[in-house]
Design a protein around this ligand. Sequence first.
Ligand code: DAH
Length: 330
Amino acid sequence: MKDWREKIQNAQSLDEIEKIRIELFGKKGYFAKEFERLKSLPKDQKPAVAKELNSTKNTLFHALRQKKEELLTQEIQQKLQSEKIDVSLYSASGYKGALHPVQHTMDKIIEYFTALNYAVETGPLVEEDFYNFEALNLPKHHPARDMQDTFYFQDGTLLRTHTSPVQIRTMLSRKPPIRMISPGAVFRRDFDLTHTPMFHQVEGLVVDEAGKVSFANLKFILEDFLKYMFGDVKIRFRPSFFPFTEPSAEVDISCIFCKGKGCRVCSHTGWLEVLGCGMVDPNVFYAVGYKDVSGYAFGLGVERFAMLLHRIGDLRSLFEGDLRLLEQFR
Ligand code: DAH
């Protein structure tokens, strides 16, 4: 019994355990033989020896089973160890992409306004004259249409020149109060250092009962937004004109390159223009059939923000797909 126990204890593998099991409990194994021998013993000795034998059998059986489990766990552990993959290791190859700076800037703008519960609305890129101009207080032959060199299709539709038509679409499909932004691509016949035929804007619109939305609200939100985007800058509102807002303003931040001292980027003014805004013109509300409401609106160019944030000199380089530029934003 003691010998068997040691043998089981010293077993190194499941194979060995299996061998011992056969030696002990097999048809021609140790216990088969012992029980066979029992038959030839005198009758009065049989019960005691049988009892002893059964107890030994039981003990060894359990010892064997325990050892088997032990070895099995060991084997699984070894397997886990040897097949382990270190997922934190750097891969030898593989190319890591990154968000395009325009997308990254867009995301940051959207993040600010959605946190304030502005809904994100979208509209078609191929737009009708009514939404892009007419309803925005830009009737046919209005001189302000020249501000936006438009791509027209033969059927009179056009590539939207700004994201403002989404204001109209949203107001026509919902009831006030409205609090929305609309990010997206816009198109103009323009191509130089600071203009590309396709670029991106984010439009904003807030409408509520008359008297509930003021220019002071607009000013507060835009100042907070611009500080979120550009950090500690000075901000000024300059009276301006847009057909769809009255009064209108353009908003400048103190030049982030020269800190307002005056440099080439800010044309030595110390200021950079970053967006347009104003109180929604009554004619716009009239066009969508809204009564007794007030609202503010704003619009900004995403590329301009991206250029300022990342200090990119030539707008066109954002769309050339040159990896040497894009890799810097990884
Ligand atoms: N749509 C104008 C543009 O493309 C930007 C703009 C200015 C939008 C003032 C507005 C606004 O909503 O109030 O130049």
